[in-house]
Design a protein around this ligand. Structure first.
Ligand SMILES: Nc1ncnc2c1ncn2[C@@H]1O[C@H](COP(=O)(O)OP(=O)(O)OP(=O)(O)O)[C@@H](O)[C@H]1O
Ligand SMILES: [Mg+2]
Length: 224
């Protein structure tokens, strides 16, 4: 699936005053293509999370459109969008997002559309080095283990589009490499993969590189 976002604008009003708005995403155009890893670098606060939230159907922009092939996402109703998201999109959020009273495997399978794809869950648990922790509750996991579990959860439905928000933020070098390799493999398998990160090592796994600065997106001049 190709995602074509045009003229995206997100702003917030300060102190509830309409004439006091701050612009967060400013006239952003971006096309995300299947089979490629697109990496968006940018400083903290530059608007990366906001932008991928818009692209993933989680945040309706004040202006602009997001097309998934010929589906204009924000012209659809909320039920359509959430159903579309669960069928097509894997989202790895920046913060902690797991249910603390469930085990790793239960958290992963909770996101599983066709109920109980236990083999696929096991495969991801193994790939992400979580086998020894499989039966642990997520309240008993380290930050990096939680992050890897969230990655497995986002990939359980074999989504055709993957958004990863700082997926390696809590990880050591070895696990960072495992996660970027896994995301690159998803792209090789045909998915459109978008990674937003500060981690410059993501550059080695990217096909297309953007930089975000103050809500403005530009193709990196170190384009590969
Ligand atoms: N709901 C909101 N209301 C007002 N301002 C917001 C809101 N959400 C985000 N912002 C502001 O938008 C800006 C961009 O935030 P965003 O989370 O997209 O940045 P980011 O590039 O992902 O940063 P980081 O690398 O730290 O995760 C920030 O200055 C933030 O304070
Ligand atoms: Mg962010």
């Amino acid at each position: 699936m190709t995602i074509d976002a045009k003229n995206i604008l997100v702003s917030y009003t300060k102190n509830g005053k309409k004439d006091n708005t701050i612009s967060i995403i400013n006239s952003v155009d971006i096309t995300i293509v299947p089979g490629k890893v697109t990496v968006i670098f940018g400083r903290s606060g530059s608007g990366k999370t906001t932008l991928i939230s818009v692209l993933a159907g989680l945040l309706k922009p004040q202006e602009g459109s997001v097309l998934y092939d010929d589906i204009d996402l924000y012209q659809q109703n909320d039920d359509f969008i959430s159903d579309f998201r669960s069928k097509n999109i894997g989202f790895i959020p920046q913060g902690q997002s797991l249910l603390s009273n469930l085990t790793i495997k239960e958290n992963i399978l909770l996101a599983n559309n066709n109920g109980n794809d236990s083999d696929r869950a096991e495969e991801l648990i193994e790939l992400l080095g979580l086998s020894e922790r499989e039966e642990y509750l997520s309240s008993q996991l380290s930050g990096g283990e939680l992050r890897r579990c969230a990655i497995a959860r986002a990939l359980i439905n074999q989504p055709s589009v993957v958004f990863a928000d700082e997926p390696t933020g809590d990880l050591d070098d070895d696990n960072t490499q495992i996660v970027f390799e896994l995301l690159r493999q998803k792209a090789k398998d045909g998915a459109a993969v978008v990674i937003v990160t500060h981690d410059e090592s993501a550059y080695n796994y990217a096909d297309i590189v953007y930089r975000m600065d103050g809500g403005v997106l530009a193709l990196s001049d170190t384009q590969k």
